[in-house]
Design a binder for this molecule. Sequence first.
Ligand code: SF4
Length: 229
Amino acid sequence: MSSRSAHRPNARVISSEKHSRSGVGRRRTPSAVLSEIRRAAAVCKACDLWKNATQTVFGEGKPGAVYMMVGEQPGDSEDRKGHPFVGPAGRLLDGALAEAGIDRKDVYVTNVVKHFKWSLAERGKKRIHKKPRSEIEACRPWLDAELEVVKPKILVCLGASAAQSLLGKDFRVSRQRGQVVGSDLAPAVVATVHPSSILRARDEASREEQLQDFVQDLKFVAKLAKAIQ
Ligand code: SF4
């Protein structure tokens, strides 16, 4: 087996984690399964992104979380700290969740790609986000494994990369945000913008308007969760 294939998402590894090491068929707890998957993802080399990133940034939250929120990829802060949504966009998300009445403990956060894709700014040493492409498909088994273990009631796609990866390339967040989409990924799937797009608003008034639209989407998602429970 090549070193490349030894470190790629492996459905057999993932499903085998459902069973105890004793091999007598006792099922492991979802938390234990998720921890095993996280450890396997930490050494993934299924695409080239691991080479220039600090570490794998796996999803965080509890199995059985009501909501799974999926973004595109970790950013600079997340890459350095090893946790998803801990940079400026994550702080905006936390504030919006609180405003929408969603308890952060009920949310599992993750990304469609688990390593930071970046290039150096022309001037200075700043690492600039680069849009992932083929890496989204390479990384998909990890997201599928998270979905299988967490089993969220509501799946929320944050931004176009996550929405198009999970709902098809023709999905347009600009037209279809806030709509419940039929999918076998979760009982309800909704897409909205990525919080980082709000941070890029051209001025303060526009940023505030986009933030309130985002909060409205999250309030809708919270209502949906109550209706499903
Ligand atoms: S981005 Fe995903 S598929 Fe690529 S190396 Fe990282 S964990 Fe593996």
